[in-house]
Design a protein around this ligand. Structure first.
Ligand code: UDP
Length: 368
């Protein structure tokens, strides 16, 4: 298993139960795409592979991560720039009132949006239908269409409706991006958190090391957190991923006033700009590190970020999932291993459950 959340949590659970897990990761650091590193020039804690905000309703997962490194309170607020104006996200009463030039109260706004929504769509079959059903064509065109085309590189009609279900539509002025009970960022960064999870005498960690599927026989059991299709040598074809390119630049002080500014217009080539100092509001560096974020198709040598899961791609996924289920001695875990768009808390929950199910089946490991 690799050294992201899935691998680290499973390794720790197994180590606590008396096993001697080996963690093997191709990168030269632990923490996978959550990796954080302090920028030497400005002192800003940078989310090297893009913004990661921890939010969950799962109290056990929240306690688990906090036991390893204390989390600091953090409230994620995001804005979007569309047609030369700045709006509040997720879509809320302020967004609706500003976008339509209205002064609506919650019930009025609800009726106003409902009147624009396409209520003939009862079961939205894709991203576009989901958006038209819930916000109507005007807000779909402004806030979702261009951004989604840039982010996913396909027509929104080819994307699953579930992607949009991540975002709420609120008839209040609450602009907290997430509605979960617990929300925060590890005070010492995500890499320190993963290092703490891996810090057990029975866990052997190898970074800058590629695990080849042929090496499976050397181990009693393998938890594969790499790409699902990669394990099978892409035999049935490649599952689609998006990769991200970050164009780093520096500013002074508070450059954009918020952690993340989305850009909804199709003719702005980046999807968003992230200002990393805002992820640590308890620190006050003088300088600022910013990332312009560009999304594109993931090539064989790129880092996979987002599973695309095109509506038509489900058959290919089913083939790999079927082969995975029939592969003895290997459990497929995490975002890449199960080809799902997973948040960090769900990844940890799945990893805890997977490790416990494994231990139930294979108890009695000899203590070292
Ligand atoms: N989205 C959009 N416009 C926005 C923000 C999000 O169209 O301003 C869509 C987009 O398709 C995105 C999805 O909603 O992939 C989920 O958004 P989220 O903020 O959860 O994306 P993430 O932070 O995971 O990239």
């Amino acid at each position: 298993m690799g050294a992201g959340f899935s691998g680290a949590v499973i390794a720790r659970e197994l180590a606590e139960a008396g096993h001697r897990p080996t963690v093997i990761d191709g990168r030269d650091h632990v923490a996978g795409n959550c990796h954080t590193a302090r920028d030497p020039g400005t002192g800003v804690m940078v989310h090297v592979y893009g913004p990661h905000i921890f939010h969950t309703d799962d109290a056990e997962v929240w306690d688990y991560v906090n036991a390893h490194t204390p989390f600091r309170p953090y409230r994620h607020s995001v804005r979007t720039t569309v047609r030369n104006r700045v709006y509040s996200l997720p879509l809320n009463l302020l967004t609706i009132n500003q976008f339509f030039g209205q002064t609506l109260r919650p019930d009025e706004a609800r009726a106003y949006v409902e009147a624009r929504a396409d209520t003939s769509i009862s079961e939205p079959a894709n991203f576009e239908e989901q958006a038209l059903r819930f916000v109507g064509p005007e807000m779909y065109e402004a806030f979702f269409k261009g951004y989604t085309e840039k982010q996913w590189g396909v027509d929104p009609r080819e994307l699953p409706a579930s992607i949009l279900k991540r975002l709420p539509l609120r008839f209040s002025y609450d602009d907290n991006y997430f509605a979960h009970r617990f929300q925060g960022i590890p005070g010492a960064g995500y890499t320190a958190l993963i290092e703490s999870i891996l810090d057990h005498p029975a866990i052997d960690v190898h970074v800058s090391t590629l695990f080849q599927p042929e090496m499976t026989d050397r181990y009693g059991h393998v938890f594969w957190s790499g790409p699902l299709d990669g394990f099978f040598g892409y035999a049935h074809g490649r599952l689609g991923y998006r990769t991200l390119d970050f164009e780093r630049f520096e500013g002074t002080g508070d450059w954009q006033g918020c952690a993340v500014m989305n850009y909804g217009d199709r003719d702005v080539p980046w999807t968003r700009i992230t200002e990393h100092r805002h992820f640590a509001p308890w620190e006050s560096p003088e300088g600022s590190v910013l990332y312009r974020e560009f999304s594109r198709a993931c090539g064989p040598d790129d880092i996979p970020y987002y599973p695309i899961r095109l509506v038509e791609e489900k058959a290919l996924l089913a083939e790999y999932a079927d082969r995975a289920a029939r592969t003895e001695g290997v459990t497929f875990v995490g975002r890449l291993g199960t080809y799902r768009y997973l948040d960090m808390d769900v990844t940890i929950r799945d990893a805890l459950d997977t490790a416990r199910a494994f231990l139930d089946r294979a108890p009695g490991a000899a203590m070292p």
